[in-house]
Design a protein around this ligand. Structure first.
Ligand SMILES: [Zn+2]
Length: 103
């Protein structure tokens, strides 16, 4: 006899604590289940309408992620998860912030 156990997916949330400014990075917090991670958020000029480039620097670590959000929704991130699976919490969260007009 066999049984398939499906674990419920951990709830994900993203919160923009401070919007990025030209002279100062913003702060974004991503929560997966009970674990929350904070990042400094900087915007880079892409020169193309609808193409947004962001840099996320994880608090108190050397981890830096470069994100690109396109109009088509095929965003990219250079984290190992996105390179392997073509999606990650950072890209989906940043799309959500853009969708609601916060970034
Ligand atoms: Zn990523």
């Amino acid at each position: 006899m066999s049984a398939t156990v499906t674990r419920p997916k951990a709830a994900r949330r993203i919160r923009l604590i401070a919007a990025p400014l030209a002279i100062m990075p913003g702060i974004v917090e991503i929560q997966v289940g009970r674990k929350s991670t904070s990042y400094f958020l900087s915007r880079r000029d892409s020169g193309v309408k609808g193409l947004d480039i962001f840099v996320l620097e994880k608090f108190l670590t050397p981890e830096v992620y470069n994100l690109t959000l396109t109009v088509s929704g095929s965003g990219r991130c250079d984290c190992p998860g996105h390179l392997a699976y073509h999606h990650c919490k950072r890209v989906s969260g940043m799309y959500k912030l853009r969708e609601v007009g916060l970034i």
